[in-house]
Ligand binder design. Structure first.
Ligand code: NAD
Length: 271
């Protein structure tokens, strides 16, 4: 079989460089090229050199339409604003679209749904195996413990992260809410400051820590009278997310158009 040609939008980013490295060393994959935003100093620099894997004769461009046309699959770790453009191109070209970008709202979900009518779209706030197992465990534990246990979600990330709580923390919150049969939006307590009063029964609380180079740590704490259960995942490096994204791109190859999750890719939903 021909190798899957992988395009990388946000090629000079922390994740973009990691994806280039992983795609290069993964059997069945080939690099198709990469883009950055117009005016980025990375434009014209070699994708492989940026990623530290040696020159690949693939200069980083600023034409995502060309990249989507040339690639079989495009992996997106950029920004929500850039995703709006990229999702439109996935829809136009029918290119497999793997999205790791976080901080998404309703308008981003809508463009991803529109793209998914034409091609396979895999989106996950966290591409690691461990976190996707954690999501399933949290839903189970939340259902088993019931509303007597207060749920608090603690996350820590590196100092460069621009959204909070993290997409993974919110996904864990949705899993916990789903275990109780409620919507996260109705019970989420994302900020506490000053005279907050006592904790409201049924709330799911979030606490956000930022600092250093932490790739990502999440704990879901179930605090009941007399006992506390804590489920924690610690990412040791960013490679786990890049490996998940490349695995997802390969998995999407023979899939019909539609929205997919990392649980589908990993077979955690029996898919
Ligand atoms: P980063 O800032 O290092 O990289 C983002 C890159 O996108 C930058 O190089 C930036 O210049 C580029 N970019 C911005 N606009 C662009 C455009 N219009 N076209 C092309 N490139 C553009 O950030 P990062 O740490 O690599 O994270 C990127 C995103 O991925 C964040 O939303 C982060 O939360 C998310 N993330 C998700 C996972 C996951 O498993 N899903 C893991 C890590 C990070």
């Amino acid at each position: 079989m021909e190798p899957l040609k992988i395009g990388i939008v946000g090629a000079a980013g922390r994740m973009g460089c990691m994806v280039a490295r992983v795609a290069e060393e993964t059997a069945g994959c080939a690099l198709a090229g990469g883009t950055e935003y117009q005016g980025s100093e990375a434009i014209g620099r070699d994708l492989g050199a940026l990623a530290g894997i040696g020159a690949k004769d693939l200069p980083v461009g600023d034409d995502p339409a060309g990249l989507f046309a040339a690639a079989d699959a495009v992996i997106d770790f950029t920004t929500p604003a850039a995703l709006l453009v990229h999702a439109g191109l996935a829809k136009e070209t029918g290119t497999i679209y793997v999205v790791g970008t976080t901080g998404l709202g309703a308008e981003h979900e809508a463009v991803l749904d529109a793209a998914a009518a034409e091609t396979a779209v895999m989106q996950a706030a966290n591409m690691s195996l461990g976190v996707n197992l954690l999501l399933a465990l949290v839903e189970q534990v939340s259902a088993a413990l019931g509303p007597e246990a207060d749920i608090e979600i603690l996350e820590m990330h590196h100092r460069h992260k621009v959204d909070a709580p993290s997409g993974t923390a919110l996904a864990l919150g949705r899993a916990a809410a789903s275990g109780r049969g409620v919507e996260l939006d109705a019970v989420a307590q994302k900020v506490r400051d000053g005279a907050t009063g006592p904790r409201r029964a049924g709330d799911i609380g979030f606490a956000t820590l930022r600092g250093g180079d932490v790739p990502g740590e999440h704990s879901v704490i179930f605090a009941a009278e007399g006992e506390r259960l804590e489920l924690t995942h610690k990412a040791g490096n960013r490679e786990i997310f890049a490996r998940g994204a490349v695995r997802a791109a390969l998995w999407c190859r023979d899939k019909p158009a539609g929205r997919y999750t990392m649980a589908d890719v990993l077979g955690l939903d029996g898919g």
